[in-house]
Design a protein around this ligand. Structure first.
Ligand code: NAP
Length: 480
C-alpha cells in the first residue's frame, strides 16, 4: 500500500514513558515499521526514558520482545537493525535524576521530538524540566497523548501550561483517529471527487450515523475510565473529529490551519444536546466477562460504557440533518464507520409499490477499511420493474491490489511530527471548543439525574438507543 516512502530528516525522539503500555504496544512498533520501510534516515535515534533502572541493552531486549508480539511485525533483521537505534535513560519526570544524562545524549543539529507517553499528571513536570534543562530548541516538537483534560477548565489549564514552555507550532496533540488511513480517505473522497460534494448538505442528506463500537470491555483501565466514561473518552475527541471531517466546509488547502479552522467552525455550530437526546448505558455481566461496575470495582458508579446522541449542527449546510453518534464497549462487534444516508428521490417513476432503500455511503474505518455505496438497481428477471439495493463495496486492501498491511495511525502521525506537519493534530482552540460543547451535555444529564441504563454484552447497546432513532422514523445500522 505504501508506494512511496519519503525519508524524514534526522531526529532525536525522546519517548517519555518508554516502558509503558502505549509505548511498547503502539509507538515503538510504529517507529519500527517506519524504519523497516526505509523512512528513517541514518541520523534518526530514539531515546526511551522512564524511572525503571535499566541499561540500553535491557531496554532493547524489552522492545524486541514487544515488537515480536505485535501483529505483522517487521522482518527479524529489520527489527534488529531498528533496535540498534534505541537508547535508554533512567529518568524521573518529577525529580532531577537522569536529566543531565539525557541532555548529554541529545544532538544540537537535528530535530527533537519529546513524546509524552505518560500519565497526564506528568505533562507539567516534564514540560517544566525540558525548559529548565534548556532542551527546547527551535526545532523541537512535543507530542501530548490523550486525554487532553477532562473538562474545559482542565484543558484550558493544560494549554496555558504548555504555552509557557512551547509555541503552538511545537505542540502536537494526538488523536490517533486522525492518523487512520480511512479517516484521511474521507477527506479524499469528499474533496478530490466532484461526485459527492454537490450532494453533501441537508437538502440531499437525510442523516449521518457515526459508530465506534468495541467488543472488549474496560479491562485494566478501570481506574482511568471510572469518572471519564464514553463521552469524555471517545465522543469529545474521536467521534468529534469524525463528525468534523464529515461536516466541515472544504478548506482552501490541505494544511494545518486551513483544516483546523474549518473543523473549529463545525464544533462551534454544534447545538447543545438536551438529556432526552442522549442515551447512556452500562454493560452487564456475560460470557465475555464481568459487568462494567465489577470491572470498575465501584458498584455505585454513574460512568457510562455506552453513549448515543442526536446532534444538530446549526449552519446553512446542515440545519435539519441530524448526526447520530454512538460508541460503546462490549458490543456485538468491533466496528467503526461513518454512514451517510441520502434522501429519497423526489418522485418515484416506478409507482407507489416500488420498494425504496435509501442510498447510503458507508466509510468503514474498521474492520476491513473501505467504502460501500448502497445503490438501487433493477432486480434481474422478468416480472416487471422490481428494485433492489446492492452494494458497491470496496475494500481498500483489495482495490489497491496489495497485501501490505495498512499502516497503523501512529506510523503516519509520528512521521508527521518529525516533518513538522500539524494537519492531523488538534489545535488548542479546537480541543477547548470540543470541551465547551461536551461539558454542558454532561452537566445537563447530571442535573436531570439520569442514570445509565443496563445493556446486555454482545448486543447493540440499550434498547433506548434504538428508540432515539425510532421516534425520528429511522434505524441504527446493525452492529455486526
Ligand atoms: P503506563 O503503561 O502506566 O505507562 C506509564 C509510563 O510512564 C511508564 O513507562 C512509566 O515507567 C512512566 N513513568 C511513570 N512515572 C514516571 C515518572 N515520575 N518519571 C518518568 N516516567 C514515569 O501508561 P500507558 O497506558 O502507556 O499510557 C501513557 C499515556 O498515554 C497516558 O496519558 C494515557 O492516557 C495515554 N494513552 C494510552 C493508551 C493505551 O492504549 N495505553 C491509549 C491512548 C492514550 P516507570 O514506572 O518505569 O517510570
Amino acid at each position: 500500500m505504501v508506494a512511496r516512502v519519503i525519508p524524514v530528516s534526522p531526529f532525536d525522539l525522546v519517548l517519555f514513558g518508554a516502558t509503558g503500555d502505549l509505548a511498547l504496544r503502539k509507538v515503538l512498533p510504529a517507529l519500527a515499521h517506519r524504519f523497516a520501510d526505509g523512512q528513517m534516515p541514518k541520523g534518526a535515534r530514539i531515546i526511551g526514558a522512564a524511572r525503571s533502572e535499566m541499561d540500553s541493552d535491557t531496554f532493547r531486549a524489552m522492545v524486541g520482545k514487544a515488537l515480536a508480539d505485535t501483529p505483522n511485525p517487521a522482518p527479524p533483521a529489520r527489527r534488529k537493525a531498528f533496535l540498534a537505534r534505541l537508547d535508554y535513560v533512567t529518568l524521573d519526570a518529577r525529580g532531577d535524576a537522569g536529566w543531565q544524562v539525557l541532555r548529554d545524549q541529545l544532538r544540537g543539529d537535528v530535530i527533537r521530538a519529546f513524546y509524552f507517553s505518560v500519565a497526564p499528571g506528568l505533562f507539567e513536570p516534564l514540560a517544566e524540566r525540558l525548559d529548565r534543562w534548556a532542551l527546547v530548541t527551535p526545532d523541537t516538537r512535543v507530542v501530548v497523548e490523550k486525554p487532553f483534560g477532562h473538562d474545559l477548565d482542565s484543558a484550558q489549564a493544560l494549554n496555558t501550561m504548555l504555552a509557557r514552555h512551547f509555541t503552538e507550532a511545537q505542540i502536537y496533540r494526538i488523536d490517533h483517529y486522525l492518523g487512520k488511513e480511512t479517516v484521511q480517505n474521507l477527506m479524499a473522497v469528499r474533496f478530490a471527487n466532484i461526485l459527492f460534494e454537490p450532494l453533501w448538505n441537508a437538502r440531499f442528506i437525510d442523516h449521518v450515523q457515526i459508530t465506534v463500537a468495541e467488543s472488549g470491555g474496560v479491562g485494566g483501565r478501570g481506574a482511568y475510565y471510572d469518572g471519564a466514561g464514553a463521552m469524555r473518552d471517545m465522543v469529545q475527541n474521536h467521534l468529534m473529529q469524525l463528525l468534523c471531517l464529515t461536516a466541515m466546509e472544504p478548506p482552501h488547502r490541505f494544511d494545518a490551519d486551513a483544516m483546523r479552522d474549518e473543523k473549529l467552525k463545525v464544533i462551534r455550530a454544534l447545538d447543545p444536546v438536551a438529556p432526552d437526546r442522549v442515551v447512556r448505558g452500562q454493560y452487564g455481566a456475560g460470557e465475555s466477562g464481568p459487568s462494567l461496575l465489577d470491572e470498575l470495582g465501584n458498584p455505585g458508579s454513574d460512568t457510562e460504557s455506552y453513549i448515543a446522541l442526536k446532534v444538530g449542527i446549526s449552519n446553512w449546510r446542515w440545519k435539519g440533518t441530524p448526526f447520530y453518534l454512538r460508541t460503546g464497549k462490549r458490543l456485538a462487534a468491533r466496528v467503526s464507520e461513518i454512514a451517510v444516508t441520502f434522501r429519497d428521490p423526489p418522485h418515484s417513476i416506478f409507482g407507489e409499490n416500488a420498494r425504496w432503500r435509501e442510498n447510503v455511503l458507508v466509510i468503514r474505518l474498521q474492520p476491513d477499511e473501505g467504502m460501500d455505496l448502497r445503490v438501487m438497481i433493477k432486480e434481474p428477471g422478468p416480472g416487471g420493474m422490481r428494485l433492489k439495493d446492492v452494494a458497491l463495496d470496496m475494500s481498500f486492501a483489495e482495490a489497491l491490489g496489495d497485501d501490505t498491511p495498512i499502516p497503523d495511525a501512529y506510523e503516519r502521525l509520528i512521521m508527521d511530527v518529525i516533518r513538522g506537519n500539524q494537519t492531523l493534530f488538534m489545535r488548542g482552540d479546537e480541543v477547548e471548543a470540543a470541551w465547551a460543547w461536551t461539558d454542558p451535555v454532561i452537566a445537563a444529564w447530571a442535573q436531570a439525574g439520569k442514570r445509565p441504563l443496563a445493556y446486555a454484552p454482545g448486543t447493540a447497546g440499550p434498547d433506548a438507543a434504538a428508540a432515539l432513532l425510532k421516534r425520528d422514523g429511522r434505524r441504527w445500522r446493525e452492529v455486526k
